[in-house]
Design a protein. Structure first.
Ligand SMILES: [Zn+2]
Length: 67
């Protein structure tokens, strides 16, 4: 799976402007209440100009997403 959007354009509160926003994916393991270990990818988005944190997004690669 390689459909993660790591390069987006979004409004930056700090710049008060729409900027290039760069996403950094961090993979971690998470254990559910049933004791099942699953991997979760958290993407942190930072403004490329002022490096302010914009938002983060969670993805579960093993979960099938139906659109
Ligand atoms: Zn900015």
């Amino acid at each position: 799976m390689n459909n993660l959007n790591l390069q987006i354009s979004e409004f930056c509160q700090q710049c008060q402007n729409v900027q290039n926003i760069k996403g950094t994916p961090v993979k971690r393991e998470e254990t559910t209440s049933e004791g099942v270990t699953k991997s979760v990818v958290t993407i942190s988005y930072h403004c490329e100009v002022c490096h302010t944190f914009v938002r983060s997004e969670e993805h579960e690669p093993e979960k099938k997403e139906t659109i």
